[in-house]
Each structure stands twice: as structure tokens, then as C-alpha cells.
Ligand binder design. Structure first.
Ligand SMILES: Cc1ncc(COP(=O)(O)O)c(C=O)c1O
Length: 383
């Protein structure tokens, strides 16, 4: 009997599903899942109710509702002085995940190479492989998760077409500073690479850290495709509204893929997100304060338990070194914590293709209710 395509043999169930299943079986507190265990902004939920009642029950234009594209354009201008034409340069997608898939599919031919900075968000490599292209890892080295330009230079070949960067960075919580971004930008220009900049955590910043979109660096706008997600910004990951901003000729290619992958995205949700983006200036400080409180609480708790690491400046993740706690590698220690301590985390070695550095860490997600964080800390201490 005919079976699935040969290319599928390179894929397995994502680590997130595996960990969540184990967490349920062991009644463990789940700090593995990378999203909030509480709902996002109530005012935005009220707006979506209104939008549903107003109509908006039919397909939106395939590239996204004009209202939303205009509001995306407006916030890039207000926050970053970046100018994107809503008509030609912005495409609304089913979350950042579809944005990444449609973008990589639109840009890659078979056997092209893509430099991915590891640890990476797992959909990058899967989307690259589905295009028949090759992911070439370059490691962000602990403890600061810096990239060595010499290693970038070694990774580049005549087939290299794209570099993917994630800023602020999942799983490390790193917020890239200007000098580092400039190094990447210089490298991309030197080798004429396109850059996909995944900026879904652009508003999850702490301690005065600033987000610098890659496209704002000199000479980078024309070679950068910027991806973001309302799900992250409004703490409503289930809404799945994302977008890609890119020069017209690249956006056109992304749109051609997008129209056959999802065609168009939920209309009332797009209308609500457009209203949300109008109010970003009022909303973001409270959003950051809410997550800062969680970060500080959890970090202090972890410190008291003897985990030592630098406090992350962005995202809702902590990449916590485990070497002073165990001789086990990440996967085995994560299993031990689920079974014996009733706390689920993500072993980050699955976010690496080359380096073994991930085996010395676990990723904790602190986007959780206070009681969830308290239970996790007390389980880690007590059991
Ligand atoms: C770095 C990164 N990129 C993209 C995504 C996907 O975002 P979305 O839920 O909008 O598809 C995530 C979600 O966890 C992420 O962490």
C-alpha cells in the first residue's frame, strides 16, 4: 500500500507535545508549554465580540484585512520609524508559524542553504526541510548566547541564501544589542543573504531593554523579512494572527504561497487585532509589568533553589543551567523532574542540530499564573 512521502521520515512529534503528554500523565506542573496558562487582554476580547456581531463573517482579502495591514504599518512607523506599504509589503498569516512556512517556501529552492542560529524555534528547520533545502546551524554560545563571526563565515557557502534570527530570543530570553545585530547585518550584506527576522516577542522586554528590528539597520530593510505575532503581543496565542513585512517583490512571493496554504485569516480576529494595535502605547507598559512580576518572582525562587544564571531581558523563557544540580543530560533530567518533582520543562537539546551545549540546560516558561509558579517552585523544593 502507498504510504506517506519519504520526506516525512525526517520529522517526529514535536518535543512540546511529548512533554505536555508526560506532564499530564504524571500530574506535573507544566512550565514546558511556551504560552500563558491564563487569558490575554479582556478589553481586546470585548472588541472581538463586537466585531463578530458587526458582521465580518466572510473571507477577508487574502493578504489580510486592509484595516489590519494599515494598523501594522502604523505601529512599525510609530515604534521603529519603519515604513511598510500596507498595500504591497504586509501580509497577514495564521500566526507567525504560517508566516515562517510561507516565507521559507516562497524563498527557497531545493538544495538552498539557510543559516539558523541555534538554539532555534523548531518550526524553522522543519519548514526549511519541507522545501528540500538545508538548515546549517551556527551556535549561539553560552553563557551570553553570542555568535562568533568566524563560525558564521565557516557556515556560508555559495548555496547560502537566508539567515534566520530570532530577537528577542526563544529559548534563551536574550535581547540582541545593536553591535551584535550590526555584525549579523554586515555578514548578510557581505554575502548577499536575505534575513528572516522573527520578532514575535518584540514587546516582551524588561529592565529597559529595547527592541531593535533588524530592518532598521542600515542597508537591511531591502533584504529583511520581519515576522511578528499578535498572539504573543496580546497574550492570546490561540488567536493565531501573525504577519510578514517585506519589500514588495518578496512579499509578492510570500503572498503567492500564503494564498494556497491558508488563503485568508479569521476576519473578526483581524479586525479586533487592528483595534488592539491602535492602543499599543497604552497597553504595552502594563503587559510588560505583568510579565516582569512573574519573571522576578520565578527568578528569585529559582535562585533560592540554587540555580544560578543571568536574568533574561526578554520573552517569557528562562534557559537554566543544570550542571550544578545533576550529571544527567537535559532530556533525562527533564524526565526526572516530571516524574519525581512533578514539574515539566523543555529539554533544549531539541533546539540544536550541532552543538551539545543544550544538554546542560532546561527551558522554563514563566508565563504562568502566580499559583502555577508557586506550585512549581514548591514542588522543586519539597519533593
Ligand atoms: C520564536 C517563535 N517564533 C514563532 C512562534 C509562533 O508564533 P505563532 O503562535 O504566532 O504561530 C513562536 C511561538 O512560540 C516562537 O516562540
Amino acid at each position: 500500500m502507498k504510504t506517506a512521502a519519504h520526506k516525512m521520515s525526517q520529522f517526529k512529534d514535536s518535543i512540546f507535545g511529548v512533554i505536555s503528554q508526560l506532564a499530564r500523565e504524571n500530574q506535573a506542573v507544566n512550565l514546558g508549554q511556551g504560552f500563558p496558562d491564563f487569558d490575554g487582554a479582556q478589553w481586546l476580547k470585548d472588541i472581538v465580540n463586537q466585531k463578530v456581531q458587526e458582521g465580518h463573517g466572510q473571507y477577508a482579502p487574502f493578504m489580510g484585512s486592509l484595516h489590519l495591514r494599515e494598523e501594522i504599518s502604523s505601529y512599525y512607523k510609530r515604534f521603529y520609524k519603519l515604513v511598510y506599504d500596507p498595500q504591497q509589503e504586509i501580509t497577514v498569516t495564521v500566526g507567525a508559524t504560517e508566516a515562517l512556512y510561507s516565507t521559507l517556501t516562497a524563498l527557497l529552492d531545493r538544495d538552498d542553504e539557510v543559516i539558523v542560529l541555534e538554539p532555534f524555534y523548531d518550526s524553522y528547520v522543519a519548514s526549511i526541510q519541507l522545501s528540500g533545502a538545508k538548515a546549517v546551524p551556527v551556535t549561539m554560545h553560552a553563557p551570553d548566547f553570542t555568535v562568533d563571526v568566524g563560525e558564521l563565515e565557516k557556515a556560508v557557502t555559495s548555496k547560502t541564501k537566508i539567515l534566520i534570527i530570532n530577537n528577542p530570543h526563544n529559548p534563551t530570553g536574550k535581547v540582541w544589542v545593536r553591535e551584535e545585530l550590526q555584525q549579523i547585518a554586515h555578514f548578510a550584506q557581505k554575502h548577499d543573504l536575505l534575513v528572516i527576522s522573527d520578532e514575535v516577542y518584540e514587546f516582551l522586554l524588561f529592565d529597559g531593554a529595547t527592541h531593535i528590528p533588524m530592518a532598521t539597520l542600515d542597508g537591511m530593510k531591502e533584504r529583511t523579512l520581519t515576522i511578528s505575532s499578535a498572539g504573543k503581543t496580546f497574550g492570546l496565542t490561540g488567536w493565531k494572527i501573525g504577519w510578514v513585512c517585506a519589500p514588495e517583490h518578496l512579499s509578492r512571493a510570500v503572498r503567492l504561497v500564503h494564498q494556497y496554504v491558508s488563503f485568508s485569516v479569521s476576519t473578526p480576529m483581524q479586525e479586533a487585532v487592528a483595534e488592539g494595535l491602535k492602543r499599543l502605547e497604552g497597553y504595552v507598559p502594563g503587559f510588560q509589568a505583568q510579565y516582569k512580576e512573574k519573571r522576578d518572582y520565578f527568578y528569585e525562587g529559582m535562585k533560592k533553589l540554587g540555580f544560578t544564571f543571568a536574568i533574561p531581558k526578554g520573552t517569557y523563557f528562562m534557559m537554566v543551567p543544570i550542571a550544578n544540580k545533576t550529571t544527567k543530560r537535559d532530556v533525562d533530567y527533564a524526565m526526572e523532574l516530571i516524574k519525581n518533582k512533578k514539574v515539566a520543562t523543555v529539554p533544549p537539546s531539541s533546539f540544536y542540530l550541532k552543538s551539545k551545549e543544550g544538554e546542560g540546560y532546561l527551558r522554563f516558561c514563566f508565563a504562568k499564573k502566580q499559583e502555577t509558579l508557586e506550585s512549581a517552585l514548591s514542588n522543586l523544593e519539597r519533593l
